[in-house]
Design a protein around this ligand. Structure first.
Ligand code: 5GP
Length: 194
């Protein structure tokens, strides 16, 4: 079958293929890894069900799949953050756009993140959430860009290490597009399209 580079039939014309490169993580590998992470979390959190904290909007697709791979009665909450500075480079100065609804004190909090690049956003989030006195605070990141000091970021669960390129799909966007691509794909177009 002819595809447009993302494993989808080109003839659908659904995805303007020019800006989309190769699939960095195909859909079947995503599904398999999410199942593995779900099994690991199920084992680690037995007897102390986690409160999943999703970071909007990027983590929503991952969180929806991950939560269904966890065989425990999880609870979910969401927060949205915005990074000051250019749209595609984190400045490390983060603003909470939507805060959590739930109280974290005494809870086993598992932050679900889409992608960690410089790690600045996550460092801010961790400090902010730790100040709310959870019983435990861990992070599950679907993607980590290679070259990062993973240990210094203390990521408990990681889906994939990927090359330090800009990617879209499976929740990740560029200017709100491509979130519903079923795989992680390299993006080579302008990163701040109007
Ligand atoms: P960090 O603070 O770790 O440098 O950046 C984290 C945030 O930047 C992510 O939550 C995501 O919103 C955005 N980001 C970093 N790398 C990428 C990427 O390759 N693609 C997309 N779509 N967003 C990214």
């Amino acid at each position: 079958m002819v595809t447009d580079g993302v494993g989808l039939p080109a003839e659908t014309g659904q995805w303007p293929g020019n800006d989309l490169g190769r699939a960095v993580v195909p859909g079947d590998r995503l599904a398999e890894r999410v199942r593995e992470l779900g099994a690991e979390i199920t084992r680690d959190y037995r007897g102390r069900p986690p409160l999943l904290v999703g970071v909007l909007k990027g983590a929503m697709v991952f969180m929806a799949d991950l939560s269904r791979a966890i065989e425990l009665p999880v609870e979910m909450d969401f927060m949205a953050v915005a990074s000051y500075g250019a749209a595609t480079k984190s400045s490390g100065v983060v603003r909470i756009v939507k805060d959590l609804d739930m109280d974290l004190s005494g809870r086993h909090v598992l932050v679900v993140e889409d992608i960690v690049d410089s790690g600045l956003t996550l460092s801010y989030l961790r400090r902010n959430l730790a100040a709310r006195h959870p019983a435990t605070l861990e992070v599950c990141a679907l993607l980590v860009k290679e070259g990062l000091q993973r240990t210094s970021l203390d990521l408990r669960y990681v889906g994939f290490s990927i090359p330090p390129r800009f990617v879209v799909g499976y929740g990740l966007d560029v200017a709100e597009r491509y979130r519903n691509l079923p795989e992680i794909v390299e993006y080579s177009g302008p990163q701040d399209p109007q």
